[in-house]
Design a protein around this ligand. Structure first.
Ligand code: CA
Length: 467
């Protein structure tokens, strides 16, 4: 029923098409959708700030292929990740749960809450890949994992935390939070295929990730797939070959120029991937997401978050509000902007719903299926409330209100984002303040201390770890 409405909506809105024809075109009236399982393509950028995509107004760096996803589908002005840093943001994306409910509120670090804790997403948690694999999908992850199994100087890698044990059939990438983009001598020894280290990677790493995605599509275009591409671009270190840097003679700052080249390379590879989707006539059978995992860090990776305040690691909007767009030709309208808050928590339930996979109550997902809201069937907001907690910071979003606490010794401050997107003018409204404080306390009761992280007050450390 919902899907039928969606088709009507899509047709009424005149969705754009750039690929001619589609062998997997889903007809709205014959209820074929569950027989043809749509593919899921989830592209996750790293530390890409709100300002640095063309469709948000970036003029300095062209991102035509990312912009095309927004143009062919829906872009979100108020899309949030659940953390202002990489690891915990990925936990929520992959599980559909607030990471604080499962002990993963911090990046993986050497300090442990209990001596026997595994450094990664707890094994009892199912990932998005687990869910799709159970439904008969071919699954792959190409890029930065950062959900467990990393070496941490000790050479005691726990393969149970590797992608191949978390629902993915194929993996090419690295397990850590960052890696070199040009490591011809494999100095870092981080690059992997499957469960094993590889000796050498000759291509610029963003191009290598793109290459693997194209190869995957050549091999698997005839079966339903969940393809997760967590590019490490544009996370530090700032490295890009001359062939990409030379595209930006107008950018004087050398670091910003490198970031621009890194972003350009990612966009170029996204274009190749989308072209391949077109080649196999899968556009109308593929739900595509493009999202960044947290905000940019202007003095580190030179990605900007304007007009938002703050940056990566902070709970100002600049740390947690990100570029987020999705397309599904023939099913979602084109060129639509959606303004209510959404979250990366929603990616899993939205994708499962697209695939006709039932979501069970006992999974305790915190995200929601966005389709009823995007179709206009449900005119409420997908999330009346969103919450954040990261080390000593906390934040709440309720309608246009934002309550933000930046440290233990600071009182929470209330902002109205509708009038004050840059979070510069604190508002006095005791009723709203109390309502939001109480709701946060309720939510916080469900959180548990981080299993691991960089919190030195924890009693245990990884055996052998020295600072
Ligand atoms: Ca990141």
């Amino acid at each position: 029923m919902l899907r039928r409405q969606f088709m009507k909506f899509g047709v009424a809105a005149g969705f754009l098409t750039s690929c001619a024809g589609s062998k997997n075109l889903i007809k709205s009236e014959n209820n074929q959708i569950n027989k043809i399982k749509p593919n899921i393509l989830l592209i996750f950028a790293d530390d890409l700030g709100y300002a640095d995509v063309g469709y948000h107004g970036c003029k300095e760096i062209p991102t035509p292929n990312i912009d095309a996803i927004a143009k062919n589908g829906i872009s979100f002005t108020d899309a949030y990740v659940t953390a202002p840093v990489c690891g915990p943001s990925r936990v929520a994306l992959m599980t559909g749960k607030y990471q604080q409910f499962i002990g993963c509120g911090s990046n993986i670090g050497p300090y442990l809450r209990t001596p026997d804790v595994k450094l990664g997403l707890p094994l009892e948690e199912k990932t998005m890949a687990d869910r799709f694999k159970e439904a008969g999908y071919k699954t792959a992850c190409f890029g930065k994992w950062h959900l467990g199994g990393e070496d941490f100087d000790l050479n005691q890698q726990d393969k149970s935390l590797f992608p191949l044990n978390r629902g993915f059939d194929d993996f090419f990438g690295f397990l850590e939070g960052a890696a070199l983009y040009n490591d011809l001598t494999n100095r870092e020894k981080k690059y992997m295929r499957g469960n094993e280290r590889i000796e050498r990677e000759e291509e610029y790493y963003t191009d290598a990730i793109g290459r693997e995605a194209l190869d995957f599509l050549d091999r698997n275009h005839d079966k339903p797939f969940f393809l997760y591409i967590p590019f490490n671009a544009v996370h530090a270190p700032l490295q890009a070959p001359e062939k990409y840097r030379k595209k930006f003679p107008h950018i004087i700052n050398k670091r910003r120029k490198k970031m621009a080249a890194m972003l350009y390379a990612m966009d170029l590879n996204i274009g190749k991937i989308m072209k391949k989707i077109c080649k196999y006539k899968l556009e109308e059978n593929t739900l595509v997401f493009f999202i960044s995992d947290n905000g940019g860090k202007p003095n580190d990776n030179y990605s900007y978050n304007t007009p938002l305040r703050g940056e990566k690691t902070t709970l100002w909007e600049g740390g947690i509000r990100v570029p987020f767009c999705m397309q599904w030709k023939g099913h979602l309208p084109g060129n639509k902007v959606y303004n209510h808050p959404v979250s990366t928590l929603d990616v899993l339930p939205t994708s499962l719903s697209a695939a006709g996979i039932d979501i069970k109550e006992e999974w305790n997902l915190d995200g929601v299926n966005l389709f009823p809201y995007l179709s206009g069937k449900d005119t409420d907001q997908p999330h009346e409330w969103l919450f954040w907690k990261y080390i000593r910071q906390s934040a709440v979003r309720y309608k246009n209100w934002k309550l933000l606490k930046l440290s233990d010794d600071q009182q929470p401050v209330l902002y109205n984002l509708k009038d004050d997107l840059g979070e510069k003018k604190p508002v006095n409204n005791k009723q709203i303040f109390d309502l939001m404080m109480n709701k946060y306390k309720e939510w916080d009761k469900k959180t548990i201390p981080d299993n691991f992280g960089w919190n030195r007050t924890y009693k245990y450390t990884i055996p052998g770890y020295t600072e």
